[in-house]
Design a protein around this ligand. Structure first.
Ligand code: MG
Length: 379
């Protein structure tokens, strides 16, 4: 990418608390020309980028006008890879903690050959507990670099058919019935919608949506129903309204109740907050019909590929999901999407200031770039 574009993002970077990290980046950027070239090893740069939402984004967990994400750029042999991760507050991650985590493994990455990304990511996993967004950003940058170095788009690196992508939902955040109806009408190009629920007036929200559309609906409760009895009653109502699936109806810790709910739910249940990475799947497999796999939860595109295999081995369906993200993150997930049953990869459609182009949609179907790596082009 163009150096000026990369430096220009500094103006969009986040809060005062991140200023120290941003300055660290700037001083490195100044020194870099002396280090460029094929023989000088791997160069790692990182920064925070603030993504501004089109609508205030409200779920049962939080409400926000913007989200800060971290980006990593890895350069070697004249090739540059770019990755992004969205820190998830529920797992006590912030952009500041993600940058600190990235700084702690920077020298390891700089001493490594990015082509050996599997062994590098194993070392990082051992050294760095948690901080999944930081790992997702690193993983994305490595995937982009490897794809560009080999001259293949990431889906071809994984041996996947670009024509086999699913339709992505467009998510409708919580709002008044009137605004929810307006957002549904704005989503005319998307044949399947995802609705955020989890409050007392869920039934009224779905009824208001059904007045303006008969499209298939998927629902995300984000742990909002606090007992199995409430969840069972609401699932019955949603089934009658044609809801196709429900994400995380109960709090993640309520595994016994979730197991009971699975046996009597008329709607398939997908685990999200109760399932971060591959190692969680054996523990939650009897509580759900599928899992929502997100790069920002599991630590990036390579672990997401592993997680899909583990989910399949447990007889589970696969959703590929996302946080509020730019095309940099969505592209990495979308290149894996031919392996998914359903996709919720709309993060880049929810923001005003996407910095890159890569993935497109046609009537909701994900369209992959055939450019090498993630296929990103600065806007
Ligand atoms: Mg969810």
């Amino acid at each position: 990418m163009k150096r000026r574009a990369w430096l220009g993002w500094m103006g969009t970077a986040g809060t005062a608390g991140m200023a120290g990290m941003a300055m660290a980046f700037a001083s490195r950027a100044k020194a870099e020309p002396a280090r460029s070239g094929a023989t000088l090893g791997t160069v790692v740069e990182m920064q925070v980028v603030r993504l501004h939402l089109r609508h205030t984004w409200t779920t049962v967990m939080s409400s926000s006008e913007f989200r800060d994400v971290v980006r990593v750029q890895i350069s070697r042999d004249g090739v540059t890879g770019l990755g992004e991760g969205a820190p998830i507050p529920r797992y006590r991650e912030t952009a500041t903690s993600a940058l600190r985590a990235l700084q702690s493994v920077r020298s390891l990455v700089e001493q490594s050959d990015p082509m050996l990304h599997v062994s590098l990511l194993q070392k990082i996993q051992r050294r760095l507990p948690g901080e999944w967004a930081a790992k997702a950003a690193l993983s994305g940058a490595l995937a982009d670099w490897v794809g560009k170095r080999l001259g293949v788009p990431l889906h071809r690196y994984f041996g996947l058919d670009a024509d086999a992508t699913p339709v992505t939902t467009l998510s409708i955040g919580m709002d008044t019935p009137e605004m929810t109806q307006k957002k549904v009408q704005e989503a005319a190009d998307f044949p399947v919608l995802k609705i955020k629920l989890g409050l007392n007036h869920d039934e009224e929200t779905i009824a208001a949506i059904r007045k303006v559309t008969q499209k298939p609906l998927r629902v995300d409760v984000n742990e909002g129903w606090k007992s199995k009895e409430i969840a069972a009653r609401k699932l019955d109502v949603l089934a009658k309204q044609g809801v196709e699936l429900v994400e995380q109806p109960l709090p993640a810790a309520m595994l016994a109740e979730a197991k009971w709910l699975k046996t009597r739910s008329p709607v398939p249940i997908f685990a999200d907050e109760s399932c971060l990475a591959s190692s969680d799947i054996p523990r939650i497999a009897d509580t759900c019909h599928g899992v929502n796999i997100k790069l920002d939860k599991c630590g990036g595109v390579f672990e997401a590929r592993n997680m899909i295999a583990v989910a399949r081995a447990h007889g589970l369906r696969v959703m590929l999901g996302c946080m509020v993200s730019s095309s940099v993150s969505i592209a990495a997930a979308a290149h894996l999407s031919p392996l998914a049953d359903v996709a919720d990869l709309d993060g880049f459609l929810l923001i005003q200031n996407d910095t890159h182009e890569s993935v497109g949609t046609r009537r909701g179907k994900l369209i992959l770039s055939d450019r090498p790596g993630l296929g990103l082009v600065p806007r």
